[in-house]
Design a protein around this ligand. Structure first.
Ligand code: IVH
Length: 709
């Protein structure tokens, strides 16, 4: 069994996976650069999606904010250099987390935005000068900025809707556009007014509509108390106050929220009717007078220098507060200037988050353990003497891979420097300077000779970076494969996550992916955590996943080198599982984006007995094993080439592509004279301008659906 179901497997998983676009052409230097960029972008997106899901949906993050931001920055840089590679589902296009199921959804009429980051004085000043440049273009020279600086609370963003002074709805931010209705839990928080007293409401009247935005958090002393009580009761403890707050707010039963001490800081106003305000500062004053908790540390500043001083000052004092902050939010106060500055992507131009540098602590490296990945690749992680870093007790830390471990020269028993950047899981940076001079240091840690999950002797392939467990039925490896099978992008089975998969595997109910389809609600009911409704729902979700497109099935079964795009391309090219199983490496090579080595590898895996058995089994339980839609040369869109840009209202980019291809059309990434249609959604990239220049027909989603009939 996997030694730690929640440990992060690092960004260095299968970096050899290559995904290219379906576009043809002779590969030149540019094509190769682009292909490499695309492969890296795909990999980054997959990792960021997973980390995002862990953070927002599972409340169980495995990397820190800084690590996440570094991955996101790298992706932004690639997409900046290759705008044609931007996908509508790219994490760069997203505001926050996906809403989890189980709670009713709420649409935010005014989206809840995120914030761009500044990590140095230089970046903060650059932000101010960007605003000046932008306003100068708008004809506003020498704007007189007033800034509001606020602690950036490390909690959970929420929106509270009041009608005629009465709280009617409370919602999480979710993905910024759609959140979850958590009114029942927010009502239990004593500092949230259930009604605005008209006498205290400034300006004499209560606004008809008022949306208050703010952060839910758990004070550090309350967090410590809660964890103590949980530990005494034999319950699992929360990783940090943010997780405790977020986990509580998403509970269906409000009694839990009532028992857990949550608080709120209000930091802004969203929708209003019947309230006239000129500045953000005025909004905060109004909120305070109307009875909302507004942090007393928030200040109004006149100059850039004052802002820098304030940020550095808070950075020094961050440990002295009773709640966690991970930075300072600086906002332009004047609401008219805010409007003129507008939004770029998902971030308002008029605000920025000054992020504090990560915190480090020294502790002892007690052990190095290994996790087995989807393809048998072994990944190290550190077991630490528990240490308190920035309000959180850290016991495990990521070590990325063998090379990282060797480069850092870590030895068991060393004092090591642990870094926690805003969130968990932290990293071990290096041994403490004195540790390397210690007498009797243990030998450099080596990858295990036997798999930690199944005890099979491990191997280190000559060309590979990872030591491997060669056992194809290793339960640890199988767990990773099963998790991948049910994940979003693969078979997308709602309600099955890593914990559920682990439980099913342990109970002996699921060994291979085909076993999911044989599960019954009665079997699930015997397990902990299932009721009649949830058991039936999961069985239904599993059944429904039989209809996933063939390309997704090829991705889901866990073939090395076959990512989402290659799965789809293989399905489109070979059309049936029988054709794919019978295909020679040369035939597989005809698939767009597949190179000779990949073709060999895919062919070899498909010939393996275990893979054949899995495919046969999946076919038997009714999973789709052929390409949907008419064969090539048929269908309403035959001969038509499409390019997609921007975010469509309903369809994801993958769904739009699947629909177009199923109707016989082709989707490419770059607009050219040969493009028949550009399908443009919200915030289209440079492709729209190019299409207009080349007089390519531009469709919206409704237009596309019309063509698809
Ligand atoms: S303003 C348009 N103010 O930070 C600006 N956000 O990274 C959007 N946060 O989702 C938010 N303290 O969860 C704002 N004083 C503050 C904040 C704050 C914490 C969080 C909030 C937001 C995230 C953006």
């Amino acid at each position: 069994m996997p030694s730690s179901p929640t440990i992060w497997r690092g960004c260095c998983g299968r970096s050899s996976r290559t995904e290219t676009d379906a576009g043809g052409g002779v590969p030149g230097e540019d094509d190769r650069t682009r292909t490499r960029a695309q492969a890296r972008a795909d990999q980054l997106r997959a990792e960021l999606h997973e980390h995002g899901r862990r953070y927002y949906v599972l409340d169980d993050p495995t990397i820190g904010d800084d690590d996440y931001d570094a991955l996101l920055d790298e992706l932004r840089a690639i997409e900046g250099a290759h705008p044609e590679l931007v996908t509508s589902d790219s994490p760069t296009q997203r505001v926050g987390g996906e809403p989890v199921s189980g709670l009713p959804k709420v649409t935010h009429e005014i989206p809840m935005l995120s914030l761009a980051n500044a990590r140095s004085e230089e970046q903060l000043r650059a932000w101010v000068s960007r605003m000046r440049t932008h306003l100068a273009r708008e004809g506003i020279e020498q704007p007189a900025f007033e800034f509001v600086a606020e602690p950036k609370i490390d909690g959970l963003a929420i929106s509270l809707l009041y009608e005629d002074g009465v709280l009617v709805h409370g919602a999480t931010r979710g993905n910024g556009e759609i959140g979850e209705d958590v009114t029942h839990n927010l009502r239990t928080i004593p500092t949230i007014p259930l009604r605005i007293d008209p006498r205290v409401g400034a300006q004499g009247t209560t606004p008809r509509v008022l949306e208050v935005r703010g952060e839910i958090y758990m004070a550090l002393k309350d967090f410590a108390g809660l964890n103590e009580r949980r530990a005494e009761a034999g319950l699992s403890t929360f990783m940090n106050p943010r997780n405790a707050a977020a986990g509580t707010i998403r509970q269906l039963d409000p009694r839990l929220a009532r028992e857990r001490p949550l608080s709120m800081w209000a930091y802004g106003i969203g929708r209003t009717e019947g309230l006239r305000l000129r500045s953000h500062w005025e909004s905060l004053e109004w909120l305070r007078e109307a009875g909302f908790p507004v942090n007393r540390d928030i200040v109004l500043l006149q100059t850039e220098d004052e802002v820098v001083k304030q940020c550095l000052g808070w950075q020094e004092r961050r440990g002295g507060l009773d709640f966690e902050i991970d930075g300072v939010v600086v906002k332009v106060s004047d609401l008219e200037l805010q409007r003129r500055l507008g939004v770029v992507g998902r971030d308002p131009r008029w605000a920025i988050a000054w992020k504090f540098p990560p915190t480090t602590k020294v502790t002892t490296l007690k052990d190095i353990m290994w996790n087995v990945g989807k393809f048998g690749d072994l990944h190290p992680f550190a077991v630490l003497e528990p240490v308190h870093v920035g309000g959180v007790t850290v016991k495990l830390a990521t070590l990325h891979n063998e090379e990282d471990l060797a480069r850092k020269d870590l030895r068991i028993g060393d004092e090591v420097i642990v870094l926690r950047a805003g969130d968990v899981i932290p990293q071990v940076l290096s041994p403490a300077p004195h540790a390397v001079e210690r007498e009797g240091r243990s030998a450099p840690p080596l990858p295990p000779a036997r798999c930690p999950s199944c005890d099979t002797p491990t191997v280190k392939p000559e060309e590979g970076v990872f030591t491997m467990c060669p056992n194809r039925v290793c339960p640890g490896r199988q767990w990773q494969l099963l998790k991948h099978f049910v994940s979003r992008g693969a078979m997308d089975i709602d309600g099955l996550g890593e914990k559920q998969v682990y439980q099913l595997q342990r109970a002996g109910l699921v060994t291979t992916a085909a076993d999911f389809y044989r599960l019954t609600a009665e079997q699930l009911l015997e397990l902990e955590g299932y009721g009649k409704i949830s058991a039936n729902r999961i069985v239904e979700n599993i059944a429904e996943s039989r209809e996933r497109p063939f390309g997704r099935v090829l991705f889901a079964i866990g073939l090395e080198e076959v990512g989402f795009v290659t799965g789809r391309n293989l399905a489109a090219r070979l059309r049936t599982i029988d054709a794919l199983l019978a295909a020679s490496p040369e035939e597989i090579l005809q698939t767009p984006g597949v190179g000779p080595k990949m073709a060999e590898k895919i062919h070899a895996q498909l010939a393996e007995e275990q893979m054949r058995a899995l495919i046969a089994d999946l076919r038997e339980v009714g999973v789709r094993m052929e390409q949907e839609g008419p064969p090539p040369g048929e269908g309403p869109l035959v001969g038509k080439t499409f390019v997609l840009t921007g975010t469509l209202p309903v369809l994801t980019r993958e769904q739009a592509t699947e629909r177009i291809e199923a109707a016989g059309g082709r989707v490419t990434s770059g607009v050219s004279k040969k493009t028949d249609y550009l399908v443009a959604g919200a915030t289209p990239g440079s492709k729209l301008a190019k299409a207009e220049r080349l007089e390519v027909a531009v469709l919206d989603e409704a237009g596309l659906l019309g063509l698809l009939g």
